[in-house]
Design a protein around this ligand. Structure first.
Ligand SMILES: *Cc1c(COP(=O)(O)O)cnc(C)c1O
Length: 370
């Protein structure tokens, strides 16, 4: 018999917890960003949320929908799916809507991997990738970044007969750079068609580099491509949980719908996403305000002495390395909550001009005196 695993979080003395999956031991536990106490004036820059509250018309659409929430939501999110299909000029059969794109990340692993199959992704990248790979019992193949950039040639070289899925993140969370369109095309040409390639474009609306990839333009040429987008970032609906995938081929979207948790996208979430699409211009104007601050903030951080990689999302990366915990504490002392990746660096959301000023003050104070 395999040895009994003693899990660290046994809560009742002397009680042996039920036997759970050994895969959980490899997963770690999610550490949520710190929430400010009531009345505390902190810049909340740890989770890449928008600083703007919902538009009034979106709030109205949600409250109108709530009155009918004694009924289950439309499991197919039909109206929202139609709107997204129209927006992207694809057939409805190629869209799958999920409870945030995090759920879709879980589902792409579920539809592609049996236990032991390999998932290739860059590292560091989005934290859901290792988590969802581990839940599925698949094998993570992590390809190191080069100066914050995904190394596509190395990722292509990491693909084996066991590879079922590649997860590309552009712009890469948490480091910032977007992939170039040409590089992604080369990558897709080099990877076998049987491998599902996901391009996670959670921050697509913040990208202003004309050479950067827009996955939706590649879908018609690469049936094994799947593009993921979300309403959590540019559309400001992080608290409502809606994301979607556009597949290069309808079979992949159908598979996603097969493994969906039924009714995962709530009535409120569907209404909010739909209403947001109708006021897209106003939301994209907000995005433009954030984008306008991003490069000046990055330049000033570089002037101060931080080596900040290209930033195409609504965040910048401070490679503080072994010093990260200390620097994160300096930020907190300056009233700024950031996401600290111990031993690697800090991810800082770009929000309001006032937030950027505080970031600069903290970044100056956080530099090690030479
Ligand atoms: C924020 C983010 C998402 C979006 O997650 P939701 O579940 O839609 O809120 C997806 N991918 C990346 C890389 C992200 O940073």
């Amino acid at each position: 018999m395999p040895p009994m695993r003693a899990r660290s979080t046994s809560s009742v003395a002397g009680v042996t917890p039920p036997r759970l999956r050994p895969a959980l031991d490899r997963m770690g536990t999610y550490r949520p960003g710190r929430r400010p106490d009531a009345g505390q004036d902190l810049s909340r820059l740890a989770s890449n949320e928008t600083p703007y509250p919902l538009l009034p018309s979106v709030v109205t659409a949600i409250s109108d929908a709530l009155a009918g929430s004694n009924r289950y939501p439309d499991p197919a999110a039909t109206v929202l799916t139609e709107a997204l299909a129209a927006k992207h000029g694809v057939d409805v059969g190629r869209i799958a809507v999920g409870c945030g794109s995090v759920q879709l990340v879980q589902e792409v692993v579920e539809i592609s991997c049996d236990a032991g199959d390999e998932v290739v992704y860059g590292w560091r990248s989005f934290e859901a990738y290792p988590t969802m790979t581990a839940i599925a019992g698949a094998v993570p193949v992590q390809v190191p970044l080069t100066h914050g950039h995904l190394d596509l040639p190395a990722m292509a070289a990491a693909v084996t007969d066991q590879t079922r899925l590649v997860l590309l993140c552009s712009p890469n969370n948490p480091t910032g750079p977007a992939l170039a369109a040409d590089a992604v095309k080369d990558f897709l040409e080099g990877v076998p068609d049987r491998v599902l390639v996901v391009l996670d474009e959670a921050y697509a609306e913040f990208v202003d580099d004309p050479l950067a990839v827009d996955g939706t333009r590649l879908l018609s040429s690469y049936p094994n491509l799947l593009v993921m987008r979300t309403f959590s970032k540019a559309y400001g609906l992080a608290g409502l949980r809606v994301g979607y995938a556009i597949a290069g081929t309808p079979e992949v979207a159908t598979a996603l719908r097969q493994v969906h948790l039924p009714f995962a996208v709530s009535v409120a979430a569907q209404a909010a996403a739909l209403a947001s699409l109708t006021v897209e211009d106003q939301l994209l104007a907000r995005v433009a305000e954030i984008v306008a601050q991003r490069e000046p903030l990055r330049r000033k951080l570089i002037e101060i002495g931080w080596d900040v990689p290209a930033a195409q999302g609504n965040f910048v990366w401070l490679p503080a390395g072994a010093d990260s915990d200390r620097v994160a504490q300096v930020f907190e002392d300056h009233g700024v909550l950031v996401r600290c990746f111990t031993g690697e660096g800090l991810r800082i959301t770009v929000a309001t001009p006032r937030d950027s000023e505080r970031v600069l003050a903290a970044a100056k104070a956080g530099l090690v005196p030479v």
